[in-house]
Design a protein around this ligand. Structure first.
Ligand code: ATP
Ligand code: MP5
Length: 269
């Protein structure tokens, strides 16, 4: 039996709903062996972020080297990278090991408003990571920052996707979670065509870690050899189930349910 392996290079969320914890849970549920290189420790729960402690560039490089010299991942994702030094070393190592199937989730701000990427790092993200990305998965505010244009409707989202594509990413997926519409539309641009992935908006405050979970599911499916459209299609079903069957733990914005896709109904309510 071939074991498919995925690596997440991201921050730790002590509350377990986002970051590397969400990624590894998602990999596991989708049948992929998960590996991690931690960029920062956050003290975090459903009420917000209480502390951010980035790791040294040396410590991050060493973790990636440990994986690169022994366990070749079939796909890699990045999440919280915090500053430009971390972005540079991560891009350098991914290039050194010639890893393909790279999913960039350009995490900038936590749901509660805490910055997870320093403003000075935006240019490094564009210069070093976008050119090697198989797909980048910004939400609407992140797409505005990267493209430099305001997004108030689907046609502006399409324009932003083209601008981001021109920065070097092979595919651009602008998520619709921040739009106030009943129908949730995630938009993919592959440089040639637009694809829409649609679902019903679920009325819940428990959406902590949706972006991490969604991009981790795309990564897991790419690791298994699926193409980008089929990978996103599975990820969309995975996140819809995880939001719909929310766990209702914690007093703030609770996590999604990573069990839901495989065990629909078994643990809920
Ligand atoms: N209320 C909701 N109902 C259904 N789907 C949702 C909802 N909120 C987010 N999603 C889906 O979750 C995925 C992540 O989208 P979102 O825009 O929330 O990402 P994000 O803002 O990067 O997440 P995060 O804040 O966790 O980083 C997308 O597929 C989006 O359509
Ligand atoms: C370590 C880490 N990575 C990513 C997020 C984004 O998730 P959210 O926007 O749902 O808070 C987070 N809160 N913490």
């Amino acid at each position: 039996m071939k074991v498919f392996k995925a690596l997440t290079i991201a921050g730790s969320d002590s509350g377990g709903g986002a970051g590397i914890q969400a990624d590894v849970k998602t990999f596991q549920e989708l049948g992929v062996y998960g590996m991690t290189a931690i960029t920062a420790i956050t003290a975090q729960n459903t009420t917000g972020v209480q502390g951010v402690y980035p790791l040294s560039v040396e410590g991050i490089a060493k973790q990636i080297d440990s994986i690169g010299t022994d366990l070749t991942p079939d796909a890699v994702k990045t999440g919280m990278l915090f500053n430009s030094e971390i972005i540079k070393v991560v891009a350098e190592k991914i290039t050194q090991y010639q890893w393909s199937n790279l999913v960039i989730d350009p995490v900038m701000i936590a749901k509660g408003g805490s910055p997870l990427l320093q403003a000075e790092a935006i240019e490094a993200l564009k210069d070093y990571l976008l050119p090697i990305a198989t797909v980048i998965t910004p939400n609407i505010p992140e797409a505005e920052v990267i493209s430099g244009i305001k997004i108030t409707n689907l046609s502006e989202r399409k324009e932003a996707a083209k601008l981001i594509y021109n920065l070097g990413a092979k595919n651009v997926m602008i998520k619709g979670g921040h739009e106030e519409t009943d129908q949730m539309i995630d938009l993919l641009y592959d440089g040639n065509r637009f694809f829409q992935f649609e679902s019903k908006r679920i009325a819940t405050k428990n959406t902590h870690g949706t972006g991490c979970t969604f991009s981790a599911a795309i990564t897991a499916e790419l690791a298994k050899g699926k193409n980008i459209v089929d990978s996103i299609s599975v990820a969309k079903h995975f996140i819809q189930a995880a939001i719909e069957d929310d766990l209702r733990i914690g007093t703030g914005h609770g996590p999604t349910n990573h069990w839901a896709y495989n065990k629909r109904g078994a643990l809920c309510k």
